[in-house]
Write a new protein. Structure first.
Length: 589
């Protein structure tokens, strides 16, 4: 164990000499208060350390001690439903010991060492196992079966295995390798956070992560194992959008990282999540959620750790064969922490003072997402989808963090403050947003929902873009100057915006739309537009068409419960055909 002494203190950056035997990214204990830090730069025997706790009161000459291990997380039963800080300290357990204020240097294990878990084995003595194979499981919550896997780089014959109640440190199995060495296996593994967990094979992203949010699923879908960014200014609905995705997305596990967000916003999350009822199971959403809270008033260096802590926990559940959704709110605050540490290290700044390696660090994070075949002989398929909120200053998406993120992610849900101001939520701008998965996922939607899906999506996108062009003319000469065909186009686009894209997160029916319902809603709007165009050609009056009662029925369709959508759809379609036929007849008469 290498010991050194503090020679310089600059905020969260501490420089120590006498550290020649230490390694990059080793975890160190700083001063007699034993603050947690990590070595981020080495010059001879001088180590630059980013400290994950408040450094006020430290003095030069105080000791620094290296643990010889990289920053690692504990992976095992007890993760689900827990609330950790950025370096995986359990905040609820710390509160029991130290009260509401987080004390410096406090050491509490991430996973409870006393709680006993009921382990049920799935292999027998004498079985051959390899890395990633499932030895057994623990029923962690009512909805999550925690699979106990053979750690990476371990294989051999099962010498001992037992059912029963164990703590996370107890040995549940012993594996003998080819050399005859015995390796004990516990319920808990440790894994360095900066190193991605291994897998057998990466799969192409050709299945959608269904979210039940119409603007996302229909227009800008994300694939299972895909990456998306939600940039938007203050008050445009980033957090509510992420809450909706956490609640409704087809994910078995949700990992939510509050990275540098305001304390009161994180408090809302911590208060709301336990009360949210998981629509898939009827239980609390916390029964499949891990929360990592690292607010803006916590030490800046821990923001970077929180991002890696979260994604390592997410990879662990992906390896079990689960679909995992990770929400990072927000990567801009993490980038600001990088900028501050870079400045204190006196590195050459890049654009707007951010470090030159900003883009590569963001890429290292987002590239850990994916749909994979996990290690193990049973070829489990798991996926990790990452949705990162970006908070550009003043809503300016041309700033470096947003631009570096957009070069990496394939889905851009651009939140618009003007839409939010008009109370149009989700405030995702359909003209600036995009999804590079849309074409590859189109085949899945056509085969699994309806063969017309991609065609309808194309027609809707075309109507919305043509409406934007017509809006410019309307501003100059007014609506009356438009031809009947263009007025109809404007009305159809308005229906798409107000009836289809606008979705109430707090309405018991409208909060979630199944893919079938989304298809029927798209079909209704396009049917109205195309049948009305035909009626206009047969000299029907545009004013009569715009005043049809069926317009209101199409608008109310989103509030129809799932079990009645088929009959309601047929009723509206029949009524529409009849009303338009009358409109044509009336004009001829």
């Amino acid at each position: 164990m290498n010991k050194g002494t503090i020679t310089k203190i600059s905020g969260p950056l501490v420089v120590a000499s006498g550290m020649r035997e230490a390694n990059m990214f080793d975890v160190v204990r700083v001063s007699d208060k034993r603050l947690i830090g990590e070595i981020i730069e080495m010059h001879g025997d001088r180590a630059s350390i980013q400290v994950y706790e408040e450094t006020s009161g430290l003095k030069t000459g105080e000791p620094v001690e290296t643990t010889g291990e990289p920053l690692s997380v504990e992976l095992g039963p007890g993760l689900i439903g827990s609330i950790f800080d950025g370096i995986q300290r359990p905040l609820v357990e710390i509160m029991k010991i130290a009260g509401n204020n987080l004390q410096r240097g406090i050491e509490v294990p991430a996973l409870n060492r006393e709680k006993k878990w009921q382990f049920t084995s799935q292999v027998n003595v004498g079985d051959e196992v390899t890395e990633g194979d499932i030895l057994g499981f623990v029923q962690e919550t009512d909805v999550v079966r925690h699979k106990v896997m053979v750690p990476p780089k371990m294989s051999g014959t099962v010498k001992e295995i037992a059912d029963g109640e164990f703590t996370v440190e107890d040995t549940v199995a012993v594996i003998t390798d080819k050399k005859g060495t015995e390796h004990p296996v516990t319920l808990m593994q440790k894994w360095p956070v900066r190193k991605s967990r291994p897998f057998s094979k990466k799969l192409s992203p050709d299945m959608p992560l269904v979210t039940g949010q119409r603007v996302i699923d229909s227009l800008f879908p994300i694939a299972k194992g895909g990456v998306a960014a939600i940039p938007g200014p203050f008050g445009s609905g980033k957090t509510v959008t992420q809450h909706q995705l956490a609640k409704w997305a087809e994910a078995d596990i949700v990992v939510y990282i509050g990275c540098g967000e305001r304390g009161n916003e994180m408090t809302d999350v911590l208060n709301e999540f336990p009360e949210l009822i998981d629509p898939h199971t009827g239980k609390s959403l916390m029964e499949r959620t891990v929360l990592i809270a690292n607010t803006s008033d916590m030490p800046v260096a821990a923001r970077e750790a929180s991002i890696y802590t979260g994604i390592t926990i997410a990879e662990y559940f992906r390896d079990m064969g689960y679909s995992v959704a990770l929400m990072a709110d927000s990567t801009s605050r993490w980038a600001e922490a990088l900028r501050e540490m870079s400045g204190r290290l006196e590195e050459m700044p890049g654009e707007e003072g951010y470090p030159a390696y900003l883009g590569s660090r963001l890429a290292q994070f987002y590239e850990r997402a994916g749909r994979v075949i996990s290690l193990g002989s049973d070829e489990r398929e798991g996926s990790l989808s990452v949705i990162g909120a970006v908070s550009p200053a003043g809503g300016d998406i041309s700033e470096p963090v947003t631009q570096a993120t957009l070069r990496i992610v394939k889905v851009f849900w651009g939140l618009d403050s003007s839409l939010a101001y008009k109370r149009h939520f989700p405030a995702i701008n359909w003209l600036t947003s995009y999804s590079l998965y849309a074409s590859s996922l189109g085949k899945w939607f056509n085969e699994n929902v309806n063969s017309e899906w991609t065609e309808l999506r194309g027609k809707i996108m075309k109507l919305l873009s043509e409406e934007a062009e017509l809006q410019e003319i309307v501003k100059l000469v007014g609506m009356d100057a438009l031809s009947p065909g263009d007025r109809l186009k404007m009305e159809a686009a308005r229906s798409i915006r107000e009836d289809f894209l606008h979705q109430l997160a707090f309405h018991e029916v409208d909060t979630y739309s199944s893919l079938k319902k989304q298809y029927l809603m798209m079909k209704l709007v396009i049917t109205f537009y195309e049948m009305s165009c035909q009626a206009l050609e047969k000299s029907a009056d545009i004013e009569t068409i715009l005043k049809l009662d069926e317009r209101e029925q199409i608008g109310r369709f989103k509030y129809i419960p799932e079990d009645r959508i088929d009959e309601e759809y047929e009723k509206i379609e029949r009524s529409l055909a009849s009303s338009l036929a009358e409109a044509e007849k009336g004009e001829r008469d």
